[in-house]
Design a protein around this ligand. Structure first.
Ligand code: ATP
Length: 292
């Protein structure tokens, strides 16, 4: 499976923030979920990949082409959605379709109409009268209707109710059902990423802490609930990636598999300790930094 996107050593410096030395790959037919707290650099990274911002250093290769953004053909193969609707508020969904038809040679009016019908957007309302969810659905329909190969989505499910989120997640999964298509998807809703992401990238303060297969996370991080004595054991020090004091005892995020932690715990005799694979949410809440 070839890479649809390959980023290496990407750096962007702002006066009070730097995205530092980002290296990651996105294979065809997969979904990469990007997580990180507010201000971690997710939108900046997406804008760099889309060519909206210029990096200070580093390489971006799209569809095997490292001069990608110079080519109109490559731009047609990219669909993107940011958390704000980019269309003028006086337009209707039909108007948006007519405008986009002139911008993309690959625009598929029938598909756009089908998506708008599915999302109940063809009632003649103007965007200014749309709800937040409707605006997001229109943006997604417009991003999909020119049949891009790579979809870049910045928090596409925020503001959507659970039914609409599920509908969209299904559309995203269909989109990557062959190896020609991939999605790069940032979200704070970790349950959405748990559902559909194949890879997870975690940004913190502009640094990529890790980018790996979601399934591999289970054996990479363990959440341990234990007594203070156990938490301060020498054998856990080197693998502790995060710590939280709880009302009763402590919670540790450990860089090791649950089975390794079980082996260590056997020696402690702390019968109250519970070790299990950390969820994405546990990792986001507890991870203190450093690179895996
Ligand atoms: P959120 O989850 O809140 O959307 P994010 O992870 O997408 O956050 P970014 O929008 O990439 O974060 O912002 C990362 C940092 O870059 C922030 O500290 C922000 O203030 C800074 N930043 C973004 N754009 C600019 C700019 N044009 N000039 C200076 N600093 C900027």
């Amino acid at each position: 499976m070839g890479n649809i996107l390959a980023v290496s050593g990407l750096t962007k410096q702002y006066p009070n923030f730097a995205l530092r030395d980002i290296t990651m790959n996105l294979p065809g037919g997969t979904i990469m979920g990007v997580v990180g707290e507010n201000g971690a650099g997710k939108t900046t990274l997406m804008k760099l990949i889309l060519g909206i911002l210029n990096p200070d250093s580093g390489e971006i290769e799209l569809f095997g082409n490292n001069r990608a953004m110079k080519s109109a053909n490559v731009r047609e193969q990219l669909g993107f959605v940011f958390d704000e609707c980019r269309f003028h508020s006086c337009l209707t969904a039909k108007d948006v379709g007519n405008i986009m038809k002139g911008l993309y040679t690959t625009w598929d009016s029938e598909y756009f109409k089908k998506l708008c019908t599915l999302f109940f957007l063809l009632d003649g309302k103007k965007i200014k009268d749309y709800s937040k969810g409707m605006k997001m659905k229109l943006s997604i329909a417009a991003a999909l209707a020119h049949h891009p190969k790579l979809l870049m989505l910045d928090e596409p499910t925020s503001g959507l109710d659970p039914v609409a989120r599920d509908e969209l997640l299904e559309i995203f999964q269909d989109f990557v059902s062959d190896e020609e298509h991939s999605i790069f998807f940032s979200s704070h809703i970790t349950s959405d990423l748990e559902k559909i992401a194949d890879y997870v990238a975690f940004l913190k303060n502009g640094k990529l802490c890790f980018s790996m297969e979601k399934e591999a996370l289970r054996d990479t991080f363990t959440l341990l609930q234990c007594s203070e004595n156990t938490a301060h054991m020498d054998r856990l020090k080197n693998i502790t990636a995060g710590f939280r004091q709880k009302k009763f005892g402590c919670e540790l995020l450990l860089k090791a598999s649950p089975s390794e932690i079980h082996r260590i715990l056997m020696a402690t005799g702390d019968a109250s300790a519970v070790a299990e694979s950390a969820s994405l949410e546990d990792i986001m809440l507890l991870y203190q930094g450093g690179q895996l």
